[in-house]
Design a protein around this ligand. Structure first.
Ligand code: DGT
Ligand code: CA
Ligand code: CA
Ligand code: ZN
Length: 606
């Protein structure tokens, strides 16, 4: 699967263009944006770009959303020649180690260019050194404060770099899993470890495969194009480094051990240790090969269900296996496990952006994809509001105009989409892993992601907000105030009768920034008192609320929703990460309001 490579190449081009062409030339700005968008789409695409090209050629590439002719030609060049001349030319103009800077939030190509021009800094460690030695402040536009921020960002970035965001690696890893599953002689193949537990970040990848011809699978595995380096190859395990920098383990076991091997390598370690103690107390022995009695007879191991059952436990969903009380609940005669929300339970998405602000597609296109590709029944368009100038936030009049347009669209949406609209979302499979039937009476609801100001007030008055379908409020600025101040801002928003939902309540961006400090217990209590919904933002770098806060909210009976925060149709695919996070927080279907049809949901609002 070359998608990740292609996405990186397009991202490289955007980065280099932005660095080289510092001018505010709108032509270049447009071009940079197109490359960024195409890179984002391809990174999150579930279909294989290489296959699209093999079957449909250049035309096929141009059907990929946000890929126009110029970019399609670059992709073709890469697929046929293994490199892109344009990129090589851009790269030859600089000797900055751009790879080392990727993912460093808030320090963009322009800053990197400036510190290179002024101080000759070429890589991340050079930047860190200069910042810690106080050398950046001599550059015009830099200050001691800015230097401090840069240093903090580098440190957070370095800390996070050894772990990957789940959503960042998900498409590639799923692709490898499917490939293993299809390989001749393979009876079963599952990605175990933290990936299967849907942890927000993953250290390494653990593939567990059932096959009787161990050697054959291992040879196949190490021959995959994504494998950069083979560290070791034993009789049952292979250790490799993937070309995205991640390490992966492959364990191959006979069919009768698949369940116990999967159970072992899914972890968590603490959960596994507790399981083995239970086995010992029953006079049994549990390891990756099975459950054995005193005379070394295997009495279970082919399925996980069998393993749990033999220990008198209910089967425990992987997302719950963190040794946080799940084993007690799963014991025979105990209360039983919660019945977690399922991956196909969502009916709508309450945070969706359009190209009226910083989204990249029209309301119609977002709706069409949500309906036809992701099987949703409704979406709420929640564009940013006026005080967020960077996103071209909407003012009162624009919000109301948009709401009127949405009302008209709902009448029109039952018509057949026109040819261009259809082309842009068709051909390429954008679907979530479970294909679902589309809804015949899809609805778009009007809304807003209204900005919470420094003092907790909103930038749009209530009489306007009340004309919208659903209103979410969120903090986007003034992060560095003390916890009491931040909590009060959120509480004031929650007390506002026009605010239905608090979006991404803690503002974190995993591995990028910590978010603002919030007294989450207090927020949960106020949400409960005021019938305000808290959001689980499913974007894989937010996952906000996170698992432990989800659990806290549920214990207090606060209602939650899971939203994609989509700025492009492919982003609806992020919903699964939000559901994973909700399951890690032990959420049931009834805890998540957007598992309900739109009418019912609207009746639950304050
Ligand atoms: P990661 O890779 O850091 O995101 O986290 P995991 O949970 O995937 O951990 P990893 O890859 O080190 O090991 C995969 C699973 O294998 C782990 O969740 C449980 C099991 N495991 C690994 N080492 C041990 C161990 O020393 N004892 C026990 N009981 N299980 C282990
Ligand atoms: Ca792992
Ligand atoms: Ca591992
Ligand atoms: Zn936002």
């Amino acid at each position: 699967m070359k998608n990740a490579n292609i996405a990186n190449i397009l991202r490289d081009i955007a980065f280099l263009l932005e660095m080289e062409e510092g001018e505010d030339n709108s032509n270049i700005v447009f071009k940079i944006r197109s490359y960024k968008r195409a890179s984002d789409v391809i990174a999150n695409l579930s279909s294989n770009v290489e296959e699209v090209y093999a079957t449909h050629g250049l035309k096929g590439l141009m059907q990929i959303p946000s890929v126009g002719k110029a970019i399609a030609l670059k992709i073709e060049e890469y697929l046929t020649k293994g490199k892109i001349q344009y990129l090589d030319e851009l790269k030859s103009k600089t000797d900055i180690d751009i790879d080392g800077f990727y993912g460093l939030e808030g320090i963009g190509p322009k800053t990197i260019k400036i510190v290179y021009d002024k101080l000759g800094i070429r890589d991340l460690s050079g930047l860190e050194k200069a910042a810690s030695e106080g050398k950046l402040r001599s550059i015009r536009g830099f200050s001691e404060k800015k230097e401090e921020i840069i240093l903090k960002k580098i440190q957070l970035f370095k800390k996070g770099r050894s772990r990957y965001l789940l959503g960042e690696v998900y498409p590639l890893i799923k692709q490898i899993e499917t490939r293993l599953l299809k390989f001749n002689g393979v009876k079963n193949a599952v990605v175990a470890g933290s990936f299967r537990r849907m942890k927000e970040t993953v250290g390494d990848i653990d593939f567990v495969v059932a096959c009787n011809d161990v050697e054959k699978v291992m040879d196949y595995f190490v021959s995959m194009p994504e494998i950069d380096e083979v560290f070791g190859k034993g009789s049952t395990k292979t250790f490799v480094r993937l070309n995205n920098g991640m390490d992966a383990d492959l364990l191959v076991v006979p069919e009768e051990s698949f369940g116990s091997a999967l159970q072992y390598f899914t972890g968590s370690k603490e959960h596994g240790v507790a399981m083995r103690k239970i086995a010992l107390a029953k006079g049994l022995h549990l390891n990756e090969w099975g459950i054995f009695d005193n005379s070394q007879h295997r009495i279970a191991g082919s399925t996980e269900e069998e393993v749990y059952q033999t220990l008198d436990l209910e089967w425990i969903p992987p997302e719950m296996r963190e040794y946080l009380g799940e084993i007690e609940l799963a014991k025979k005669g105990a209360k039983g496990l919660p019945k977690l929300i399922e991956y196909n339970d969502l009916k709508g998405d309450l945070q969706v952006h359009s190209n009226s602000t910083d989204g990249t597609m029209s309301i119609e296109e977002m709706a069409l994809a949500a309906n036809e590709k992701f099987g949703l029944q409704y979406i709420v368009i929640t564009d940013h509001t006026k005080s967020l100038k960077l996103t071209n936030g909407l003012d009162e009049k624009q919000l109301l105009d948009q709401a009127n347009r949405i009302a008209e669209l709902n009448d029109r949406i039952r018509r057949v989409p026109d040819k261009t609209e259809r082309q842009r979302i068709n051909e390429v499979d954008l679907s979530a892993s479970t294909p679902r039937t589309k809804s015949s009476n899809f609805r778009i609801l009007s809304g807003a992601e209204v900005n919470i100001m420094r003092d907790g007030s909103l930038d749009i008055p209530n009489n306007v907000l009340d004309k919208l379908g659903i209103v979410g409020a969120a903090i986007h600025s003034n992060f560095s105030q003390p916890i009491e101040v931040q909590t009060d801002r959120l509480i004031k928003a929650a007390r506002n009768p026009s605010v239905d939902i608090i979006f991404h309540p803690t503002g974190r961006r995993i591995n990028k920034r910590e978010g603002y400090p919030v007294n989450i217990e207090k927020l949960v209590d106020i949400a409960n008192d005021t019938n305000t919904i808290l959001e689980i933002d499913a974007h894989y770098d937010r996952l906000d609320l996170k698992d432990e806060y989800v659990r806290m909210a549920i214990q207090k009976d606060v209602k939650l929703v899971i939203d994609s925060d989509a700025h492009h149709p492919v982003h609806f695919g992020f919903l699964k990460f939000g559901i994973g996070q909700a399951r890690r927080g032990w959420a049931e279907k009834s805890n998540i309001l957007n598992t309900m049809p739109a009418d019912e949901l609207l009746r639950c609002l304050k």
